[in-house]
Write a protein that binds this ligand. Structure first.
Ligand SMILES: Cc1ncc(COP(=O)(O)O)c(C=O)c1O
Length: 374
């Protein structure tokens, strides 16, 4: 089947590009001396995770317990669930921990630490835990400068029911950067804050085996990971319009796009209507700090060539308005024309589809079904 025959909107994964992205990141991590534990939430598929872990130790990162269960059933045995664990999910996590070699959980509060230890004792299992550290994103994690953070790490390490693995951070604030310089500063902070905290913990007698960091923008610029043992980028498998704007990749490195058809044509306002709205592209506003006019994705031809100056100007649930910077000539872009949109955030857009059409060249060579739910 050719991609032109697909019903739209359709999620497309370019296999050659995905494989290239995966092998580049694997080489990068190896060169920087860190283990690669890719975050698989971007695609949530066994097939892409297997490509990302080729030649590596096989560990992965997930962001839901549903993903942890799915990837464990698919043969992945070393999984980090990289969201602070809700106490109500501890029992399910403990059951899964029994069935895999290692399931790492995250905590950043003494109450969560106590709940994890109590659950582990009750269920007769030793739970692996990381202390989540805030390196400046201010989403989750302890402040590494506070004494209480050292005390919490010591409490985790002292528990007979927990296996304290180390510390973990994610520099999500890299997505707010405007320049390459700013991304470099965030990348340095991600590494330095965590590495320094590990030194401080060890000096206080707390054993820290793992120092885990990582995001796609920060790893794109990292040139020295001294003190770091593991990296967890995820978006790099697909990349997207935001990563292009941040300079993490070129447009030709984006492996994920949404195929849409022109379903309305309004030359008087230089606009086309396409059958992909917010439920195909997500309404992620994109890198507005870099380009306030970025719109909701990069409109391209069906072959993937960008339409210079065009924008996805607005979205409703199932409709997208694509605006041309020039008059739309008679006879061009007739109803039914196929376009590809590179979304602002491929993780969110991919999560809106139950299957991806996997392409080599223009040929559909497979269908991958992601796990859904929490
Ligand atoms: C805890 C954690 N680690 C790693 C990642 C991967 O980051 P990226 O998608 O920028 O590669 C994320 C992404 O949100 C995350 O939340």
């Amino acid at each position: 089947m050719r991609s032109e025959q697909l019903p739209t909107p359709a999620a497309l994964v370019d296999l050659d590009v995905l494989e290239r992205n995966a092998s580049r990141m694997a080489q990068r991590a190896a060169r920087l001396g860190a283990r690669l534990r890719p975050h698989v939430k971007t695609h949530k598929t066994l097939e892409a995770a297997r490509i990302q872990t080729r030649g590596s130790f096989g560990g992965i990162t997930v962001s839901t317990l549903a993903e942890a269960e799915f990837f464990a059933a698919g043969g992945f045995a070393d999984i980090t669930y990289a969201v602070p664990i809700a106490p109500a999910r501890l029992a399910a996590a403990a059951d899964l921990a029994r069935r895999v070699e290692r399931l790492n959980l995250l905590v950043d509060h003494p109450d969560a630490a106590d709940a994890a230890a109590a659950c582990a004792r009750h269920r007769g299992v030793r739970l692996s835990v990381f202390l989540k550290v805030d390196c400046g994103y201010h989403r989750a994690g302890v402040d590494p400068d506070r004494e209480e953070s050292v005390a919490l790490a010591a409490r985790l390490a002292a528990s007979p029911h927990l296996d304290f693995r180390g510390i973990l951070t994610h520099a999500g604030h890299a997505y707010r950067c405007r320049t390459a310089e700013e991304v470099r500063a965030v990348a340095a902070a991600e590494r330095d804050v965590t590495a320094k905290f590990a030194v401080r913990l060890r000096a206080a007698g707390v054993p820290v085996a793992e120092v885990s960091i990582g995001s796609t923008p920060t790893l794109a610029v990292a040139d020295d990971l001294a003190g770091v043992t593991e990296v967890r980028p995820g978006n790099y498998a697909f990349f997207d319009a935001t990563q292009v704007a941040l300079g993490s990749c070129a447009l030709g490195d984006v492996a994920f796009s949404v195929l849409v058809r022109v379903i309305g044509r309004y030359p008087e306002r230089r606009e086309l209507l396409v059958d992909g709205g917010a439920l195909a592209l997500s309404s992620d506003p994109g890198p507005v700090q870099v380009d306030p006019r970025c719109g909701f994705g990069i409109p391209c031809t069906a072959a993937g060539e960008p339409l210079a100056g065009w924008r996805v100007a607005s979205l409703s649930q199932e409709h997208g308005i694509v605006r041309s910077p020039r008059p739309i000539a008679a006879g061009t872009f007739p109803i039914g024309t196929l376009l590809r949109i590179v979304p602002n955030h491929s993780c969110l857009a991919a999560a809106l589809f139950d299957r991806y059409a996997v392409l080599r060249g223009g040929e559909v060579v497979g269908a991958w079904c992601p796990v859904r739910g929490w």
